[in-house]
Design a protein around this ligand. Sequence first.
Ligand SMILES: [Zn+2]
Ligand SMILES: [Zn+2]
Length: 343
Amino acid sequence: MKAAVIKEPYRFTIEDHPIPEPKQGEVRIRIHSVGICGSDVHGMEADGGARRVPGLVIGHESAGQIEAVGPDAGPWKVGDRVAIDPQLSCGYCYACERGWKNLCENGVTIGSSRKQMTHGTMREYITVPTRQIYKLPDNVSFDEGATLDFVGNAVHVLNRANSKLGDTFLVIGTGAIGLIAVQLAKLRGAGKVIAVDTSPSKLKLAEQFGADRTINPMFEDVLQVVKDETGGYGADIVLEMVGLPSTYETAILAAKMQGTVMALGFAASQVTIPIQALLFSEITIVGCTGFSFEGETVLKMISDGRINVKPLITHEYPLEEIDRGFEVLRDKTADAIKVIIHP
Ligand SMILES: [Zn+2]
Ligand SMILES: [Zn+2]
C-alpha cells in the first residue's frame, strides 16, 4: 500500500508499506480522508517539539471504511464508515480509569513522533483498536468525519470553560479550531463573540459563523478594540488558539477581572506571561488538550447541522500531492484553512 513518509520538513516520499493485519480487538480501515493539522505544520519547525520527524507517516485527522475485522472486535463489521480518534489510550492507567483518556499516561497520538514514533493515516490502510473509532452518521461524509479530532478539541475547550449566558468570548486565532470555537461560543449563549486573526478570509468566515466583531491585529489594536467592545472591562472567556508569546500576552491582558484564558495553542514550546496582570486581575488559565468523551457529540452535532465544518475544507489533494497540501497551508496568500488528503 502507499504511505506518505516525511523526507525532510514539508517534503514527503510515497513508499510501499505492507498492509497491516488487525490484531485482537482491532479493525483495519481503508482511509478515505485525512486532514493536515496545524500541528503537522508547526511540528516540523525547529521549535516544534520533535512532533513530526523524518521517517514518520503523519496524519491524525481521518475517516474511512472498515475493510477487515480482527478477533473480538465487537459489533463492528466490514463496510462500517468510521472516524478515528487519534489519541491512543491504554484504558488502565490513573487517567484512563477516571475517563481522562486524552491525558493517558501511556498515551501516544497516531501520526506523531512526540513521545514515540507512531505512524498515522497518510496511507491507504491502518489498524486501530475499536475503542478509537466512532461510527459516522449516514449524512456525514468522510471529509466531515475527518474533522473529528480538531472539532473535538474545540468542543473540549468549551466544555472546560466555566462560561455563563451572555458572556463575552474572545477567540484569538481563527484557524480550523478557532472557527469551530466561534460557532460553539454562540451555541453556549455568548452575549458577544470577538474573533482575532491576521487572515481576512478566516475573519470573514468567523463573521459568517456568528462573530459579532472581528479584529485584524495588522490594522487594529486588539486590546483597545476589546476594551471598547466590553465597556472597558475585557472578555469573560478568552480562547487562546495560536500559542505564541505575543498571543498569550494579549490573551491575559484582554481578559476581564476574574476572567478565564482557555489555553490550547502551543506553536512555541515556551511562552512568558504578564504575571502582574494575571495576579492583580485574578485571571484563571485553563490548560486544554485533545478531547475525551466528546467524540459522539461532535459527530451528532455535525450530523444535525449545529456544527458546520464544510466551509473550512478549502483544498483537497490525492496522497501523491501531499507536498502541495503543505505548500498551500504555508502560503498565506492561498487562503487555505483545512487541506484534506485522499490516500
Ligand atoms: Zn491535530
Ligand atoms: Zn491510560
